[in-house]
Design a protein around this ligand. Structure first.
Ligand code: GUN
Length: 298
């Protein structure tokens, strides 16, 4: 019987889980050592959060990031501005944070209100404090394969998951669903670089793609980041493929991924749970970028 036709048991299924929580935990342990070293030199990494409005999901995400800073011994402060704030006022605040020597990183939580230009806001963060990797200088460095820039935390976390869970990207057919600036586009740029942990053949699918399912079925690695609950069904996944679920969708008060997990887990070779897959890695990479900012720029 070919391996993909083997019947699966609950135990087999548990074995194909890529445990993002555990891998993020390893990363954070490694970072704790670096933070301790910096503190011995009299340097505490510092990170500012800016949240605009009262979006419940943003509140939860910023809360988790604040907790990660506290657990790791990173100084953090959070600025909350009203939904109605003017773009100029937000950029003025970012100017003050840019000038604050206690802060090595600045994170402005997305999404921002429609009245505010995300492009102008992210361009106003100094590139060497842009631990989100959203500034055009850092986005450009990513495209050019220049490792001196900061890379967006979610795709960087997925690259780390591949490296630490034995997923071969070199020569793999990778299909990414979603072309957003936070995940889809930078994910494609990382995977197509020339390099040991990249070297993939990348297809980026989006709302104008014809026959998305046909693309998905070719994928050795399928990354779902388009924000449609349970979009990826078992018959869209090649047996043995690695499936990464980035989706965070609220359905009837419950958080649901872009992947129909229960069905797809039976087909996939490896799969991230959601929650407990990509989310913790995003936070770990933010901590990693902040520690690197402190090491590099102090
Ligand atoms: N909103 C969703 N993901 C992110 C992220 O990685 N950074 C910021 N700033 N906002 C987000």
């Amino acid at each position: 019987m070919p391996p993909q036709e083997k019947s699966t048991t609950a135990q087999d299924n548990a074995r194909n889980i890529v445990d993002g929580r555990a891998i993020a935990g390893q990363l954070l342990c490694e970072l704790a050592g670096k933070v301790a070293e910096l503190k011995k030199r009299g340097l505490q990494p510092g990170l500012a959060f800016v949240r605009v409005g009262e979006d419940p999901a943003s509140k939860v995400y910023v809360g988790r990031k604040e907790k990660a800073c506290k657990d790791l011994g990173i100084f953090s402060e959070t600025h909350v501005l009203p939904e109605t704030v003017l773009e100029g006022r937000l950029i003025e605040l970012i100017g003050a944070l840019n000038a604050d020597p206690r802060l090595h990183g600045i994170l402005v939580q997305a999404p921002l209100p429609k009245s505010i230009s995300e492009a102008r806001v992210y361009s106003s963060v100094l590139p060497h404090k842009d631990v989100d990797g959203f500034h055009p200088v850092n986005a450009g460095k990513l495209m050019l394969g220049d490792p001196s820039g900061f890379q967006p935390c979610t795709p960087a976390g997925i690259m780390e998951l591949f490296a630490r869970s034995g997923v071969q990207t070199a020569g793999a057919e990778v299909v990414i669903l979603g072309r957003g600036n936070i995940v889809g586009k930078p994910m494609a740029a990382m995977l197509c670089q020339k390099g040991k942990n990249a070297n993939a053949t990348v297809t980026l699918c989006h709302s104008a793609t014809r026959d998305v399912a046909a693309h998905c079925r070719r994928a050795d690695i399928l990354i779902a980041a388009m924000g449609v609950a349970h979009f990826v069904k078992a018959d869209m996944v090649k047996p043995g493929a690695t499936v990464i679920d980035v989706g965070v969708n609220r359905v009837e008060g419950k958080i649901t991924g872009d992947v129909d997990f229960d069905a797809v887990q039976k087909v996939a070779g490896k799969i991230t749970p959601n929650p407990g897959g990509v989310g913790p890695m995003t936070i770990a990479m933010l901590m990693s970028n902040t520690v690197r900012a402190a090491e590099t720029w102090s």
